[in-house]
Design a protein around this ligand. Structure first.
Ligand SMILES: [Zn+2]
Length: 225
């Protein structure tokens, strides 16, 4: 018997750079996209990142913009919104400009669920930390958003990482995690989306190594209204 058709929810992922969506909660975005309308907001075009596959005369910002659009298509994201901030500049100075732009979009999209990075920004990247803070601020402000999911990594994943070039915060204990999303079915889609970020191929390999042999789970802290 077919049950009553459930209304599609709106789910919005708020990130700092192209690749955050796939390297982070890509499996969950793909899983939501099966039943809900998923959108991605990306604050920058990632132009400060490394380019492992340089093409002559093509700006890294354009390459990374296209990589995100391709990744989003694979994950089933309906639309990507770029906020046009410069990569590596997100900070307190821009806090309210960033919040205003995100709020404006969210008032149009009216999501029930938001997804962003946990407050330590996974890797401690200041852009990630800022995005997490600002998204939390907007979440608290807009009553129609009912749930905020903070993508995080757990100790077992963090332990795989050695000699990172900056301080990388610890992973979360499983007892601290509020929501474990089984994305085994979406894993191949996530990996495919990750590989669209060809300019960041070293990170793709590093992150896949972090997940090797572990259950295909994505972990979240959660705030609910
Ligand atoms: Zn990032």
């Amino acid at each position: 018997m077919i049950g009553p058709k459930q209304k599609r929810k709106v789910v919005v992922g708020v990130f700092a750079h192209p690749d955050d969506e796939a390297f982070g909660p890509g499996g969950s975005l793909a899983k939501f996209a099966k039943t809900d309308d998923v959108y991605v907001i990306c604050a920058t075009r990632g132009e400060a990142g490394m380019n492992h596959q340089p093409e002559k005369n093509v700006k890294l910002s354009a390459i990374r913009e296209n990589e995100l659009l391709e990744s989003a298509k694979i994950l089933g994201v309906k639309k990507v919104y770029f906020l046009d901030f410069a990569d590596g500049t997100l900070c307190n100075n821009l806090y309210h400009q960033l919040a205003e732009k995100i709020e404006l979009l969210l008032r149009r999209l009216r999501p029930e669920i938001l997804i962003t990075f946990e407050p330590r920004g996974i890797s401690g990247h200041i852009d990630h930390v800022t995005i997490s803070l600002v998204t939390t601020f907007v979440f608290e402000k807009l009553s129609f958003i009912k749930k905020l999911l903070y993508y995080c990594i757990v100790e077992k994943q963090r332990q795989r990482l050695t000699n990172y070039f900056i301080y990388f915060p610890p992973g979360y204990r499983l007892t601290e995690v509020d929501f474990v999303n089984d994305v085994a079915e979406e894993w191949a889609t996530k990996v495919k989306a990750m590989f669209t970020h060809a300019s960041q191929i070293k990170d793709v390999k590093r992150i896949l190594k972090r997940h090797q042999g572990l259950p295909k789970h994505e972990h979240f802290l959660m705030k609910v209204k």
